[in-house]
Design a protein around this ligand. Structure first.
Ligand SMILES: NC(=O)c1ccc[n+]([C@@H]2O[C@H](COP(=O)([O-])OP(=O)(O)OC[C@H]3O[C@@H](n4cnc5c(N)ncnc54)[C@H](O)[C@@H]3O)[C@@H](O)[C@H]2O)c1
Length: 447
């Protein structure tokens, strides 16, 4: 059992906290936001995540998990502190201000403490952040040097919507470290996990996280670019193209009995309205910015981002072209979160799509099972022009166009609703054309 402090109790910090508490560590989560701290201590989840209510209740009542707004209090007991604050994009570059603020406070704590503590980043940061920015801040504010404290980088790969399962059964765990003591603490922390564990220096761990996200983002943009060629040219069934592409044995190998294995990676090779969420867009931007600072062209990152930026608007253009304008058209948007099973709307393609539809003077209704309040907050003033509905099935009746953005399971019920007089734009190709009774069925890549 270890004593762990986690700073930043958002998606990553909270899920890490409850999962580490569940295996027996004593976890103190720290957040600036008093509402988060109060709710967590009452075992009230502050984010939507499958399995979180039950797990949080369990670890709070076991006494292994608590939240506080006092970093010093959490550090008092900790052998290791995980930093999981946000690292957003600011003018296309990574904003490390929250990381620096935390490092300054941790540095001040180290200054007045006799004990050795390992400071480990869980936030996604550009390569060299831990061994330069973080190290410098800690040394400056503690007056001590690396060795008096430890330094590590343990990137997180969980996916919102599946976060607890991803944290409990990760593909691998990365131990980025700058000193042996931190390496052994990381090994102790993750001892209950029986998965491959890779040891490397902190720069490599940092780049690995970007490698993971940027390669997936690249797959999404290239398939979207191919879909756009298909749409523009016409006469192509892009579903057939995708099917044929996936059947290359290098993508979908055969198992010993000769059956196809369709790995999950293929879901990143399907056309859609582009990648969103709190990670992919900002991470590709951050890497591009770092590369440019280093004098590199970063041509692929640029192309990936520019295709992705345009993709939501291409939906608006396709609809406007087909209907000769969208003014006054009743359009129902189904799904606002950036993917199903989460209430996170950060960089959700729905934001750009709805802005685009409003700009064309369409009459927009929208539904999401859980993300409406986050969407209103993120969308800005013109949210008042959207009619948010709870009963999406009745809203389908009064719409002339239905745009499916987030493939929530409940929308599968569209199969049972007659939409003979409606155009359906299925941005994720969630359905097969034959599943739905519609006037016209559109996907990215169709014409
Ligand atoms: N969300 C994901 O799916 C995911 C997955 C892998 C990695 N990451 C990375 O993890 C990091 C955190 O992401 P997130 O989505 O959990 O962020 P988030 O915005 O959900 O949470 C960050 C939390 O940190 C708190 N905070 C900010 N400054 C603080 C300070 N000085 N002291 C204490 N608390 C402070 C905020 O109040 C907030 O609750 C980012 O670097 C992100 O790129 C995120």
């Amino acid at each position: 059992m270890m004593n762990v402090a986690i700073v930043g109790t958002g998606y990553v910090g909270l899920i890490s906290g409850v999962c580490l508490a569940e295996v027996g560590h004593r976890v103190h989560c720290v957040d600036l936001n008093p509402k988060i701290v109060n709710n967590l201590n009452l075992a009230i989840p502050t984010i939507y995540e499958k399995g979180l209510p039950e797990l949080l209740k369990k670890v709070v009542s076991s006494g292994n998990f608590s939240a506080t707004n006092s970093l010093d209090l959490a550090l008092e007991e900790a052998d290791i502190v995980l930093i999981a604050v946000g690292t957003p994009s600011k003018d296309g570059a990574i904003d490390l201000s929250a990381i620096k603020t935390v490092c300054q406070s941790v540095g001040e704590y180290i200054k007045n403490s006799e004990k050795h503590i390992s400071v480990v980043l869980k936030s996604t940061v550009i390569p060299s952040t831990t061994d330069t920015v973080v190290r410098n801040e800690l040394e400056k504010f503690s007056g001590k040097t690396l060795g008096d404290f430890g330094l590590g980088m343990n990137p997180e790969f969980l996916r919102e919507g599946n976060a607890i399962e991803d944290f409990c059964s990760p593909d691998r765990i990365i131990f980025g470290y700058e000193d042996e003591k931190t390496l052994s603490r990381l090994a102790e922390l993750y001892k209950p996990w029986d998965v491959e564990k890779l040891e490397m220096n902190t720069r490599s761990a940092e780049l690995l996280k970007y490698a993971n996200n940027t390669v997936l983002a690249t797959q999404i943009s290239i398939i979207n670019e191919l879909a756009n060629v298909s749409s523009a040219l016409g006469g192509i069934d892009f579903e057939d193209v995708v099917k044929g592409l996936h059947l290359d044995k290098r993508w979908s190998p055969l198992d010993e009995s000769g059956n196809r294995i369709f790995p999950e990676i293929l879901t990143y090779l399907r056309p859609g309205c582009g990648f969103g969420g709190s990670c992919f867009p900002k991470d590709v931007q951050a890497l591009r910015s770092q590369g440019e600072t280093l004098g590199l062209e970063m041509a692929i990152s640029n192309a990936v981002l520019s295709t992705n930026d345009q993709q939501p608007f291409s939906l608006v253009n396709i609809l406007a072209k087909r209907l000769g304008g969208l003014s006054g058209k009743k359009i129902l948007v189904l799904g606002l979160s950036f993917k199903p099973e989460t209430d996170d709307v950060r960089e959700s393609p729905a934001i750009k799509i709805v802005h685009g539809l409003i700009k064309e003077n369409a009459r927009v209704s929208a539904h999401d099972p859980i993300a409406v309040s986050n969407f209103i907050e993120e969308f800005g003033e013109t949210a008042s022009r959207i009619n948010f509905c709870e009963d999406w099935r009745s809203a389908v009746e009064s719409a002339s166009i239905v745009v499916i953005i987030t493939p929530w399971a409940e929308y599968l019920d569209l199969k049972n609703i007659s939409m003979k007089d409606k155009i359906v734009f299925d941005t994720r190709a969630y359905f097969k054309k034959s599943d739905l009774e519609v006037l016209s069925y559109l996907t990215f890549g169709s014409s």
